[in-house]
Design a protein around this ligand. Structure first.
Ligand SMILES: CC(C)=CCC/C(C)=C/CC/C(C)=C/C=C/C(C)=C/C=C/C=C(C)/C=C/C=C(C)/C=C/C=C(C)/C=C/CC(C)(C)O
Ligand SMILES: C[S@@+](CC[C@H](N)C(=O)[O-])C[C@H]1O[C@@H](n2cnc3c(N)ncnc32)[C@H](O)[C@@H]1O
Length: 373
């Protein structure tokens, strides 16, 4: 029979040596002063071990549109079982799991309602669509070591074709799907960006890689006198009219179709924003883009960069695990820290760099800088 006794592992550092000792673990679980710490540590480890399962519970609830149904009125497992042709006992398992992860609560025995957290999820624009598209991302992560070795043909790399291709290679219907996913999730990003950056003294803002105009729609509403320009690939900008008209900023926004890989950036804006653009690209592309932004700005002009950023020396789950692996699966780009982005800005000549402490690092962080006068 195979020996299943754990082998002794060499552990450096006395605290870690104790933590790794089965004998100490047993003792600490009984000793009154360490009992709670031991239990919490175990719980945290268990969450790490089983995180994928929790995410799949969420995925099932979203795919079945169950959160929306439950938001309208509390449901029994039978209600949803009939609708989705799933065995009622299994539906109960899903709803109970939904309670355990904090999205649902049991109203009466067998009647499930939404918790405040479940309701918050529905209130975040585009979050359900992002969760749905995780089925692609998680397939790429199935063998994480193969992904790290670069041995996987990833699906995500095909999901965002604009990252690799020139404008002509992006059919409009394809562009539409991606831009919608981006635009829906733009609300929180715009909110958090404008929390740190005042556009009070800006006359004309150009949003480079601005997608279908969702950031400008928010910025334009907040600053009624702001003139604006949107620069993106032609297949993407063609959808901007509807978004900008709906936000009533169409008459003060110029839409410019082009590629920052192939064309110079147009002049005329005293502020240029790059929202969720840099992390899609390799260092070489980013350095060239920042130099082009510098060239396009007048003296005193400002660059505003907003995207999820690495925690640097204090790594963050959302960016250093989620977005870092996301970029790896896209097979391009990388999550950079605000320090690294600031350094890139400095290297092309920007000064007055600001890196405000982000409100929600899982949403976005901001770096801004000015071109010297
Ligand atoms: C009732 C009483 C008395 C008090 C109420 C107390 C109170 C204030 C309760 C709070 C309720 C509330 C307002 C909750 C708000 C919750 C919010 C705003 C939650 C936001 C969550 C946002 C999340 C989870 C965002 C997730 C974003 C993801 C996963 C983004 C993924 C983006 C990707 C993959 C982008 C890819 C682009 C590419 C290709 C890399 O360029
Ligand atoms: C992740 S999306 C962000 C869109 C928008 N800024 C937002 O945050 O919702 C990246 C954007 O950069 C644009 N982009 C990528 N390569 C580009 C290029 N070479 N020239 C211009 N825009 C480009 C894409 O079309 C896409 O709209």
């Amino acid at each position: 029979m195979k020996d299943i006794t754990p082998r002794r592992v060499k552990v450096s550092g006395w605290r870690n040596r104790l933590a790794a000792s089965r004998r100490f673990q047993r003792w600490a679980a009984r000793f009154p002063l360490t009992r709670r710490i031991t239990r919490n540590e175990g719980e945290q480890l268990f969450d790490l071990v089983s995180g994928f399962v929790y995410s799949q519970v969420l995925q099932a609830l979203v795919q079945l549109d169950a959160l929306k149904d439950i938001a309208a009125k509390p449901v029994t497992p039978d209600d949803l079982a009939k609708k989705h042709e799933i065995d009622p006992a299994r539906m109960r398992v899903l709803l109970h799991a939904g309670v355990s992860v904090g999205l649902l609560k049991l109203k009466k025995p067998d009647r499930y309602a939404l918790t405040q957290r479940g309701a918050s999820l529905l209130g975040v624009p585009g979050l359900e669509a992002l969760i749905r598209h995780h089925s692609v991302f998680y397939r790429d992560l199935q063998d994480p070591v193969a992904l790290l070795r670069g041995d996987v043909e990833t699906e995500l790399s095909e999901f965002w074709p604009y990252v690799f291709e020139g404008p002509s290679a992006l059919p409009e219907d394809v562009a539409h799907t991606y831009s919608n996913l981006m635009a829906d999730s733009q609300g929180l990003i715009a909110e958090d960006t404008l929390r740190f950056v005042s556009l009070k003294n800006v006359k004309r803002l150009m949003d480079v890689g601005g997608g279908s105009g969702a950031f400008l729609a928010v910025a334009g509403k907040a600053y009624p006198n702001l003139q604006m320009a949107l620069f993106d690939l032609p297949a993407v900008t063609s959808q901007a009219k509807d978004v900008l008209k709906a936000a009533k900023v169409w008459d003060r926004t110029e839409v410019i179709a082009g590629s920052f890989r192939k064309n110079d950036l147009p002049e005329g804006a005293d502020a240029i924003s790059l929202v969720r653009v840099l992390y899609d690209h390799e260092d070489g592309t980013v350095k060239k883009l920042l130099a082009d932004v510098y060239a396009a700005l007048p003296p005193g002009g400002r660059i505003i960069i907003s995207e999820p950023m690495s925690g640097g020396q204090a790594p963050l789950r959302a960016t250093d695990a989620y977005f870092a692996f996301y970029c790896m699966a896209m097979q391009t780009g990388q999550v950079r820290s605000s320090d690294k982005i600031a350094k890139f800005c400095e290297n092309v000549g920007f000064i007055g760099i600001e890196k405000p402490k982000p409100f929600r690092p899982y949403v976005t962080s901001v770096v801004s800088a000015v071109k010297p006068i």
